[in-house]
Design a protein around this ligand. Structure first.
Ligand code: FES
Length: 105
């Protein structure tokens, strides 16, 4: 599944992520900078904050209460903010584009 990560400085990297992994894992395994994932995907650190390309928003499953609650505390969130560790990659997401916030540069 092809996923494109766009850094705050506009450099982008497209990588192949296995279905079943999270968007966060896809970045870590492919050395994509900008996703720190301090908590390792436990939905407590919010250092995997991404902005999902608006075209893709309605193809994602809605955030869990835990994710939505954590996002409330993140600086600079927008209505397309998500936590990358909570987005599970499936074939339906082939071509997904996410942007990384400045604070995770
Ligand atoms: Fe910590 Fe996503 S990796 S909340």
């Amino acid at each position: 599944v092809k996923i494109t990560y766009i850094q705050f400085n506009n450099t982008s990297k497209q990588v192949d992520v296995k279905s079943g992994q999270s968007v966060m894992e896809g970045a870590i395994r492919n050395n994509v900078p900008g996703i720190d994932a301090d908590c390792g995907g436990a939905c407590i650190c919010a250092t995997c904050h991404v902005f999902v390309d608006p075209h893709w928003m309605d193809r994602l499953e809605a955030p869990s209460q835990a994710e939505a609650g954590l996002l409330d505390f993140v600086e600079g969130v927008a209505n397309n903010s998500r936590l990358a560790c909570q987005i599970k990659v499936t074939d339906r997401l082939d071509g997904l584009v996410v942007r990384l916030p400045e604070t995770q540069g």
